[in-house]
Design a protein around this ligand. Sequence first.
Ligand SMILES: NC(=O)c1ccc[n+]([C@@H]2O[C@H](COP(=O)([O-])OP(=O)(O)OC[C@H]3O[C@@H](n4cnc5c(N)ncnc54)[C@H](O)[C@@H]3O)[C@@H](O)[C@H]2O)c1
Length: 352
Amino acid sequence: MRVALVGCGSVARRYARRIGETDGLELVGVTDVAPDRAAAVAGEFGIRRYDDLGAVLADDAVDAVVNLTVPQAHAAVTATALGAGKHVHTEKPVALTYEEASELARLAERRGVRLSCAPTTWLGAAQQTAWKVIRDGGIGTVRVAYAEANWGRIERWHGDPETLYAVGPVVDVGIYPLTILTMIFGPARRVTAYGTVLERDRVTLAGAPFALATDDFVVALLELAGGVVVRLTASFYVEHYGKQRGIEFHGDRGSLFLATWADSDSRLELASYEREYTAVPLVREPYTGIDWGSGLRELAEAVAERRPHRTSADHAAHVVEILGAISEASRGGATIELASTFEPRPPMEWAR
Ligand SMILES: NC(=O)c1ccc[n+]([C@@H]2O[C@H](COP(=O)([O-])OP(=O)(O)OC[C@H]3O[C@@H](n4cnc5c(N)ncnc54)[C@H](O)[C@@H]3O)[C@@H](O)[C@H]2O)c1
């Protein structure tokens, strides 16, 4: 499958590198509304720079567009590419509203092309092993999952964090465990949530102060159709330090801990009820870290084999509906104000 990248920002080089390493994929060119960004990536990888999206779509040598633009531009770029008869693999979220997302899914069907959607980390070896352990009854009936999506203060490494802060941590990173959990347990049916701004005043890498207009901390509770309850924490304040970005699955016979929902080689541990956690061997040799080519590889293979692709637009649209519900619930949810208080007491003398 010959692909072109639209959007040459922070994540584009990781895609370009991985596409080059993946059998069956060929990177033919790139474009960006900022031509110097596209020129830099094109030069680095020895590929063509297209003037704009129209030029990409006019090129018969491009089978699929990889949408790596900012979340606010995803739906329009994807709609234009699908409308031109190209397959699309899009970074998350597929769109900012459920209506837009489901319209894109229908557009792909009408045009007879594919719309494949990130996040695709659930295709990884550790994530697939976790799903298999659960399917095989390794921890019995699962009733609750705790998902952690703490991504820290992203302005300390991302040059243009504003578009990601504008959508917030649930949309940017909560979407990963939500995609994995709904894939394993089925669609969500009920959502409630709390959100707040922990640290409003931030500074960009270039030293420019900015103020957050959206919550940097959200806790959501979801009931999935199959009965599993999910507690999700998403934050652009708490750093993960390798601990706070995993999923705990709790079942009648035990618990399963996926240390990260991102890396294919995540640590995976199982504890029988009231026993210690021990390592679970993965079902196959994992890729190290996040495999940025996994969604495109799945798309290319599905097209070649004439079967539905796993990274489906209807699943992505459902997840976007969840994101919208969490946002709405966190703004409008019922809260109860408390009036009573108490006098603080000193710590013990020996602990001063
Ligand atoms: N940065 C990461 O680590 C990371 C990881 C996973 C997923 N993603 C996803 O990848 C996407 C891109 O993220 P990023 O961090 O690279 O963002 P970024 O802001 O660094 O880059 C986005 C690029 O898209 C370009 N762009 C915007 N609108 C465009 C349009 N209409 N047509 C063509 N180009 C356009 C911008 O000029 C910019 O160069 C986002 O959806 C994000 O959620 C990013």
